[in-house]
Design a protein around this ligand. Structure first.
Ligand code: SIN
Length: 321
């Protein structure tokens, strides 16, 4: 008898606007995020059963948060559940419903910790489920199409018919339905009427980054303090000094332009570095990457945005413990 493999699709709920409700249908901003369970979300997707084909859907409510309040505890639970399901040979893929506000951080965290050879697809929405025309059901249906696509792999996000890779995805708009961009890299592809049009490769399971021991991450009791500081006119070292007093272990500075720093802020960061704080230099620009030079006093973030560089430092510091 031939054994059917890759027949299970797992849907993990974490909250967000996609699970949000408002008192009035016309209200797209005065709603409460994270109100509906993941079963209710999938039940509201016309065509979900057809999209699933013969695959069995398993749902789990991992958390119920507005993603602005994302916590290390939720990340740990999410990574542990995703790792559990990814280890099952009959798993086709995972879809995670998530708020848009910190989606790019969770996407990067999961890619670094899981490096999955199967698809892990983040689905979100800019309008609550009670909107006159909610975008969540279509985004969820598109996410199913991505997770069920043969050859799909890695952590990706799907929003407004566009597939973004975890390394590049960035929330770029406060209000529009097509709220995400992938910067210079561009999206991985599009979902068009349930079919994928791919423009580039899926995220690599074995990329050049160093592997992270997932057990260390999901079992960590206390996380290192890593903060982000910004360069701007008149920036000085006061914030850095205050953070040193709070025991900061890592700092990401979102510099101006190509990661440039006001000399007072730079002096404070160099002093922090001398005291053993890990410091990385990203840019506050939405596009491009910091082009470092050999001999730079503060290393650049190797193309990572400030929030993703912070995740990287958190993981490095946890790993080193
Ligand atoms: C959230 O990030 O949970 C709320 C905002 C959104 O999902 O668009």
């Amino acid at each position: 008898m031939t054994k059917k493999i890759h027949s299970k699709l797992v849907l993990l709920g974490t909250g967000g606007t996609i699970a949000g409700t408002a008192a009035a249908a016309g209200d797209n901003i005065g709603y409460r995020a994270a109100q509906l369970g993941v079963d209710a979300l999938i039940a509201a997707v016309p065509g979900a059963a057809q999209a699933l084909g013969g695959s069995t859907l398993v749902t789990e409510q991992v958390a119920q948060v507005d993603s602005k309040d994302m916590s290390f505890a939720v990340w740990q639970r999410l990574a542990a559940r995703a790792a559990h399901w990814l280890a099952q040979p009959d798993l086709q893929g995972i879809v995670i419903t998530h708020g848009t506000d910190t989606l790019e951080e969770t996407a990067y965290f999961l890619q670094r910790v899981l490096r999955p050879a199967k698809p892990v697809v983040l689905a979100c929405a800019m309008r609550p489920a009670t909107a006159i025309a909610p975008d969540g059901p279509q985004n969820l249906l598109d996410a199913l199409a991505v997770a069920l696509h043969p050859g799909a792999r890695g952590v990706v996000a799907v929003c407004a018919g566009t597939i973004h890779g975890a390394l590049d995805v960035q929330k770029a708009h406060t209000y529009r339905l097509d709220a995400f961009g992938s910067g210079d890299a561009g999206p991985i592809g599009y979902v068009e009427e349930g079919a994928l049009r791919l423009l580039r490769n899926w995220p690599q399971a074995q990329d050049s980054s160093s592997p992270i021991a997932i057990e260390k991450i999901v079992n960590a009791k206390d996380w290192p303090r890593v903060d982000i500081v910004l360069n701007y006119a008149g920036a000085d070292g006061a914030v850095v000094e205050a953070l040193l007093a709070r025991g900061v272990e890592g700092l990401v500075v979102a510099g101006t332009g190509n990661g440039t720093l006001h000399h007072d802020l730079e002096a404070a960061l160099l002093a922090a570095q001398r005291q053993g704080v890990r410091v990385l230099r990203a840019s506050r620009c939405a596009m491009g990457r910091v082009l470092g030079q050999s001999g730079d006093d503060i290393p650049d973030s190797r193309g990572l945005s400030a929030v993703k560089a912070r995740v990287e430092l958190l993981l490095e510091l946890l790993q080193a413990r």
